[in-house]
Design a binder for this molecule. Structure first.
Ligand code: AHR
Length: 507
């Protein structure tokens, strides 16, 4: 049976923010990776490594989440503003980083980076060792136009205009590194932090310009994640509801139980296991969305017509990606190389997120540089683009397009599929062949005549191949133009262990 692709069978618009990235003060993600400092011999612009800056400009991540992760819950933003010589030195223990922390890259450096690459900032406030007052001041520093002490402080630090940061996360993983809280305990604290958020509007009747993101569950704990979301909503539904726009689920594809399996050394069983593991994200999204709908259905009706009832919360996936066992022993902390095995799970994870575009507003790959599921690695002076970078580049065509209802797996070939249609009618189809050894052939049946116009393919000569400073293009996508005849049926051949993106024009 061919796989049917019908551009009228739409799910929802794929918000570009589903292709977000996450950076943290962890290992060499920021310090030593993105940030080399203004005195470095490594080429840079205002302290940002040039290779990383150029790569991020090409990638155009729609969202960049910062400063953590777990780091956010011990971070005091005032340590990272003003003249660098005056910033305090603290110690960063985050996930085994174990380095002095000079706070050279702080709020202004981060927000200028977001401006340079045109990414929407998402700042996570410190809920564990910080206070609602500190968080509120941070928002004031970033967003108040003029006239206050904090707005003037931002201006004196070189940024006249407010940064207009819209996305604010309240804590991070409160069930773990963020305080080992209970869901009701977190909701109580959340109420104070979210209620302290300035609205940055001209009147109380305007929609707040701040989008509050609450912490959702640990997606990797099947029992706890259900209990967390049920208990979260039970506590949220008591009395009145604080501002809440997003609910942040984290899901890592753990590969930690096999000692001999490393990011660059694995057998076929390890390849299959990791690829199968990433697919659980879909079940977790469906399960969590159902629990959220159940929770929202029980929100009490306010007693005053001036208070609107809370009707909707977006699902957010603030951290996702592969986490291999080796990362725990790596220096710098949580460094992982990236092979086609990771590129395939990145492609399949993005397919899942895009297929649930009706539920998810934002998702962030963990993490952008030198940590876990990286799109960029650095080695001395060198900046290396991983195969994950290619997947994100190939998938850019889906941003803002409509996700289509397509059978996710072709039974005949084992290939995974996803498709979207853009406003101009262009149909983009992803085909991933998860087999480490066998080619696949997929029959596509379009509901309208289409001509295939472009094909991009990412595959490796050997499954464990990866990009390094000496061989930066060992695994790189290949693009080809196709001058196909308009037809309803097309056969596509897929190399073993590959990701293919086809562009088709209608008519
Ligand atoms: O991405 C690495 C860590 O994983 C983050 O700091 C934390 O939020 C998660 O547990």
């Amino acid at each position: 049976m061919p796989v049917s692709i019908d551009p009228t069978q739409t799910i929802a618009t794929i918000r570009p923010a589903l292709h977000g990235q996450f950076i943290e003060f962890l290992g060499e993600c920021i310090d030593g990776g993105i940030w080399v400092g203004p005195d470095s011999d490594v080429p840079h612009t205002d302290g940002i490594r040039q290779g990383v800056l150029d790569a991020l400009k090409e990638l155009e991540p729609p969202v960049l989440r910062w400063p953590g992760g777990c780091y956010a819950d011990t971070y005091h933003w005032r340590d990272g503003i003003g003249p660098r010589a005056d910033r305090p030195t603290t110690f960063n223990e985050n996930f085994g980083t174990y380095e002095l922390d000079d706070h050279a890259f702080g709020t202004d450096e981060y927000l200028r980076l977001c401006e340079a690459i045109d990414a929407q900032p998402w700042i996570n406030v410190n809920m564990m060792t910080g206070t609602p007052a500190e968080a509120r001041d941070w928002m004031e520093y970033c967003n108040r136009a003029t006239g206050t002490e904090l707005a003037d402080l931002r201006v004196s630090n070189g940024h006249e205009a407010p940064y207009d940061v819209n996305l604010w996360g309240i804590g991070n993983e409160p069930w773990g590194g963020g305080g080992i809280m209970t869901a009701p305990g977190y909701v109580d604290a959340y109420r104070a932090f979210a209620s302290a958020m300035p609205r940055f509007t001209g009147s109380v009747f305007e929609t707040p310009k701040t989008y509050a993101i609450a912490s959702g569950p640990d997606g990797n704990k099947p029992k706890e994640r259900v209990a967390w979301t049920k208990d979260f909503f039970a506590a949220l539904n008591e009395y009145r509801q604080p501002p809440i726009h997003g609910y942040d689920l984290h899901f890592y594809n753990w590969n930690i139980d096999h000692e001999t399996d490393t990011p660059t050394s694995f057998d076929e069983a390890g390849w299959d296991r990791v690829i199968a593991g990433c697919l659980e994200l879909e079940d977790v999204i469906v399960e969590q969305w159902a629990l959220m709908e159940e929770g929202l259905a029980s929100v009490p009706m306010p007693e005053s017509t001036l208070e609107p009832r809370l009707e909707h919360i977006d699902l957010v996936v603030g951290e996702w990606g592969n986490w291999h066992r080796d990362a725990f022993f790596a220096r710098p902390a949580l460094f992982q190389q990236v092979t086609m095995r990771d590129a395939i799970t990145t492609a399949l994870s993005l397919d899942i997120l895009q297929r649930h575009a009706d539920k998810i507003s934002i998702a962030c790959n963990a993490q952008t540089v030198n940590v876990l599921n990286s799109v960029i690695l650095t080695d001395g002076d060198a900046t290396i683009l991983t195969p994950n970078f290619d997947v994100f580049m190939m998938y850019k065509a889906h941003r803002g397009a409509m996700a289509l209802t397509v059978e996710p797996v072709d039974e005949a070939s084992g290939a995974h599929l996803f498709a979207s249609v853009a406003d101009d009618g262009t149909i983009v189809v992803n085909l991933t062949n998860p087999s480490m050894t066998d080619e696949a052939e997929v029959e596509l049946e379009f509901a309208v005549p289409v001509s295939l116009a472009k094909r991009e393919t990412l595959a490796a000569a050997t499954p464990t191949d990866h990009n390094t400073a000496d061989a930066p293009d060992a695994v790189r996508r290949v693009a080809e133009r196709i001058d196909g005849e308009a037809s309803g049926r097309h056969t596509v051949r897929l190399p073993a262990g590959s990701v293919t993106v086809l562009t088709a024009q209608q008519g």
